[in-house]
Design a protein around this ligand. Structure first.
Ligand code: AMP
Length: 453
């Protein structure tokens, strides 16, 4: 398959070349022709599949024709980082087209956003909260929107944004092309899709399965052995850019500090930082100033850094989806990567679910001084093919895995704080808005779309 088959305008082909994309990824191969035809899309695809270019390229092609200086495309994303990422992908792909895009999100001044939109943009990439502020203030309107993209819809739901999305829909013209992307399809997203999509083409790329190009290793380690295990691994493994996930903001911050003290170029990305500091951390990681970024799930959404060689789950996430998204940070668009997961006894259940989703067991390595918290240890470090051996070294008669000077009795429960939940506002049961199924009303054709999700 080649990009030539889509017959893109030479200005768009130039953008594809500038990004060094040689062949379309599977989701691009499936979605681009349908979007060019003007069809609605239901995209079941996880991050790392090339889904951004899958919707950006055909939208750019369609925007080349028609008026300039009006908001003709609205892309809604759950986090500022993802909005920035999409905006920067648009900039790279559209450089020669003269089309203009803006990222609109909270935590920064409204005025520069208003000025830029009024100066004339064709594409707005927005987070729901700030977008609604602008719409209510009537600083700009969405009357001319021809294309609506709802990206990472499942995360919008997780973050409590669905009521905001429904409010935004009221500001949009009824006649438009709508593209909805989601890695998973919980009931709420299915209902939303039925409401907003008109006879959509369903494009599914291996949703909810962690990508196969990432080698997975599971370390059996309890809470108080994690930091020293991490340092040990980092000292012995050849790592380029490494993304480490913790369960809480505080843990991300403190682990980054410990790694800095150990001499690593590390920083953290978490919700306690101002937008300016988050951007600084992210940019520093992208340009290689920081080799290690310690992040929470929410802060790391939308991170697209090429060349992440390792993802380390310092804390196992609570859901398979979160695991999939974390792992999607490495091995992106046909590159390979390695993922290390630190799991203790309390993590058995979620590890089983993750492995069911993977369709295979992760390779297991026992941390030091540990009863086998995770059953079925099939590999020892020495047996692990292609891996440097990892010894049960002892320091001062104490196993190396214990954090120096830390009381051995410190438990996982004591060490793990409440999970970061910045603005989670789950919908109350029973307060469901009355839904209007546009698709059902117009064609009835989405009725059985989800029989085989
Ligand atoms: P996404 O799933 O949109 O977050 O994309 C993941 C990564 O794949 C990004 O770094 C993109 O720049 C890259 N990418 C997108 N399309 C292609 C392609 N056709 N060939 C190679 N890399 C791509």
């Amino acid at each position: 398959m080649s990009f030539a088959q889509f017959d893109f305008h030479p200005k768009i082909t130039a953008g594809i070349k500038a990004c060094n994309y040689e062949t379309p990824t599977p989701i691009q191969g499936k979605a681009i022709p349908a979007i060019l035809e003007g069809r609605d899309i239901l995209g079941l695809a996880q991050t790392g599949t090339g889904k951004t270019a899958a919707f950006v390229l055909p939208i750019l092609q369609r925007l080349l024709h028609g008026p300039r200086g009006r908001v003709r495309t609205l892309i809604v994303a759950p986090t500022r980082e993802l909005a920035e990422q999409i905006h920067s992908d648009i900039n790279r792909l559209s450089r020669q087209t003269g089309l203009r895009s803006i990222a609109v999100y909270g935590g920064v001044g409204k005025l520069p956003q208003i000025k830029k939109i009024r100066a004339g943009v064709e594409i707005v990439v927005a987070c729901p909260g700030r977008l609604l502020d602008h719409l209510r203030d009537k600083t700009f309107n969405l009357d001319n929107v021809e294309h609506l993209v709802l990206d990472e819809a499942d995360h919008m739901f997780d973050m409590g944004f669905l009521p905001d999305i429904r409010r935004i829909l009221k500001y949009l013209p009824g006649t438009r092309q709508t593209l909805l992307f989601s890695a998973t399809m919980p009931g709420e997203i299915r209902h939303l899709a039925e409401e907003v999509l008109d006879n959509p083409v369903r494009v599914q790329i291996d949703h909810s399965r962690p990508i196969a190009s990432v080698a997975q290793v599971l370390y059996s380690v309890e809470q108080d052995g994690k930091t020293s295990l991490l340092k040990e691994i980092m000292a012995k493994t050849d790592m380029a850019a490494t993304l480490i996930f913790t369960r809480t903001k505080h843990r991300a911050e403190s682990l980054a500090r410990q790694l800095q003290r150990a001499g690593y170029a590390a920083t953290s990305l978490q919700g306690n930082l101002s937008q300016q500091k988050r951007q600084k951390a992210l940019n520093g990681f992208k340009c290689g100033e920081f080799k290690v970024l310690v992040a929470t799930d929410i802060a790391a959404r939308g991170i697209d850094v090429t060349g992440i060689s390792h993802v380390i789950n310092f804390d196992v996430p609570d859901t398979v989806d979160a695991f999939t998204h974390r792992i999607g940070r490495t091995g992106r668009a046909s590159r390979t990567g390695e993922a290390f997961t630190f799991a203790g006894r309390d993590d058995r259940k979620i590890i089983m679910q993750i492995e069911n989703s993977l369709g295979r067991k992760m390779n297991r390595i026992n941390g030091p001084d540990l009863p086998a918290g995770i059953p079925e240890c099939t590999f020892s470090a020495a047996e692990q093919p292609g891996r440097k051996s990892w010894h049960k070294a002892k320091k001062n008669g104490r196993p190396a895995g214990r954090s120096n000077g830390r009381p051995a009795g410190r438990t996982a429960a004591a060490g793990v704080e409440k999970q970061e939940q910045p603005h989670v506002r789950h919908r109350k049961a029973g307060s469901r808005q009355k839904r209007r199924s546009r698709a059902a009303m117009l064609s009835g054709s989405t009725g059985n779309l989800f029989l085989n999700p």
